[in-house]
Design a protein around this ligand. Structure first.
Ligand SMILES: Cc1cc2nc3c(=O)[nH]c(=O)nc-3n(C[C@H](O)[C@H](O)[C@H](O)COP(=O)(O)OP(=O)(O)OC[C@H]3O[C@@H](n4cnc5c(N)ncnc54)[C@H](O)[C@@H]3O)c2cc1C
Length: 451
């Protein structure tokens, strides 16, 4: 028997959507996942999980399953090494870490396999691209609370609560940005604003066997820690996965950005992903003074058949992560899709999942107070999610300003010192306690909370 009198539909079966479904289903909540793709899979390669992401996974009860699919039996220290991209391996800054800073690099597919391996996948539906949400009959009674999801195959599904976990290009986000967008009596196309913008950065991504990298003459050891090669408007991030056998490479080319909070530009480039010639990739860096003999250029020369990804961001940051009155909440990139420069996006998504699922599974949560619960989730998560979104853009501005006309080594050290600290060291437990406390103050919850 279901533990709650409400049903949940999660749109999007990426890393955040699947973890959220697992946590809700484990608590006995009737939840279903609708994924647009024909199978669960992740574009891209490795993903670095910071200490806060690891703690969130632990709290959600999935860390041991994830570790079992990774190359590590426990979280590891991953101090970033910042080096010059221009010529020799001049070290700019070796980010200092302590024992509390343990994170986890993992292949995205391995992560999804871990969650799928512990989930009842009968609740998951593939080939279900959500194209619209409608609030068919919205009135004051709790039994009317809910939405109908419409899919591109002509089918539909009704649930009390819709969780948009559909990534940066989220369809669900517009029903949060415009609270009336899904009302049957309104024109659903009246506002297509989705707070989505091109960041000004393009990324060339690849997975390279370390043996290939070494054979190409790259001298710096990329198997021991993440490395950031810095320059002006160009930088490359590498980190080892599969115990250092594979090097995850993301090379960024950035065009001058305006002064917006997240560094985004107005125009969305098309297409989002495009195959390019290796020569284009190498020239993108060489024409900015990165020497042909530098480790960075040797590394780029190892990238066969590269593709260029236009990196998008949620801009401006959302004023709410929920449309509480309509029973819609956003998690992950749908809520705060951010630049990848701090490697913090998915960790913020996992924090969303922790807070939302702990509120939804609270013994006193039910259909009649769902609206208050969603508002509590928004208050607990939005300030921090948006803070990390803006910090990620700031990190991009630092790593792309290194060079003769930009920051010196000393400038870089000053700006980079402690930059991950607010992301990695945050008391999520306190956020949850505050959310519970505010619900008690509003008499939504009556019992004293013991967690
Ligand atoms: C180059 C790069 C490097 C990165 N590196 C890191 C890193 O090291 N560490 C880190 O924490 N983060 C990193 N990120 C960010 C991270 O990838 C995202 O934050 C994370 O994938 C977000 O997960 P999600 O589940 O919210 O969205 P997604 O992973 O995008 O999943 C969304 C899912 O929804 C589905 N979907 C979309 N639309 C619909 C629809 N209409 N109906 C149904 N289903 C739909 C999609 O098919 C997809 O499966 C990086 C990002 C980039 C671009």
């Amino acid at each position: 028997m279901a533990s709650k009198d409400f049903t949940v539909a999660i749109v999007g079966g990426g890393m955040c959507g699947l973890v959220c479904a697992y946590a809700l289903a484990k608590a006995g909540i009737l939840v279903e996942v609708f994924e647009a793709a024909p199978e669960f899979g992740e574009v891209g390669a490795g993903v670095g999980l910071g200490p806060n992401a690891v703690r969130a996974l632990d709290r959600l009860g999935v860390l041991s399953a994830v570790l079992a699919r990774s190359e590590h039996s426990s979280p590891v220290l991953r101090p970033f090494l910042f080096v010059s991209g221009y010529d020799a391996q001049e070290v700019i800054y070796d980010y200092s870490v302590s024992d509390d800073d343990r994170g986890l690099p993992i292949h995205r597919a391995a992560f999804l396999d871990a969650i799928i391996g512990i989930s009842d996948m009968k609740i998951a539906h593939l080939n279900k691209r959500c194209i619209a949400v409608q609030h068919t009959h919205v009135s004051a009674t709790a039994s009317d609370f809910g939405s109908t999801l419409f899919f591109s195959d002509g089918t539909s599904h009704r649930a009390h609560l819709v969780i948009g976990a559909d990534g940066i290009k989220s369809t669900i986000r517009k029903y949060v940005v415009d609270p009336l967008a899904g009302d049957a009596e309104h024109n659903t196309n009246r506002n297509n604003k989705t707070n989505l913008a091109f960041s000004g950065s393009s990324a060339y991504r690849g997975l390279l066997p370390n043996s290939t990298v070494v054979a190409a003459g790259v001298k710096i050891d990329l198997t021991v820690q993440p490395v950031c090669f810095c320059g002006i408007d160009r930088h490359i991030i590498t980190f080892p996965i599969q115990a250092g056998r594979i090097i995850n490479v993301v090379a960024f080319s950035t065009i001058t950005r305006d002064n917006s909070a997240t560094g985004a530009l107005d125009e969305l480039p098309h297409p989002w992903v495009q195959p390019v010639a290796k020569q284009e990739l190498v020239e993108t860096f060489e024409t900015r003074g990165w020497g042909a003999d530098s480790d960075a250029i040797k590394l780029l020369n190892c990238m066969e058949n590269p593709s260029r990804w236009s990196i998008h961001t949620v801009e401006p940051p959302l004023l709410s992560y929920v449309n509480a009155a309509r029973g819609i909440a956003l998690i992950g990139d749908a809520a705060h899709g951010m630049l990848p420069h701090l490697g913090a996006g998915v960790g913020q998504g996992f924090e969303d999942v922790v807070v939302l699922t702990e509120l939804l599974t609270h013994p006193e949560t039910n259909l009649s107070n769902l609206e208050h619960i969603l508002n509590a989730y928004d208050s607990a998560r939005r300030p921090r999610g948006n803070m990390v979104l803006e910090a990620s853009a700031r990190m991009g501005r630092i790593t792309t300003r290194y060079g003769k006309s930009g920051y010196s080594n000393e400038d870089m050290r000053t700006k980079l010192a402690g930059i991950w600290s607010p992301v990695w060291h945050h008391d999520l437990h306190e956020d949850i306690n505050k959310a519970m406390e505010s619900l008690r103050e509003k008499c939504v919850f009556k019992q004293a909370e013991s967690s």
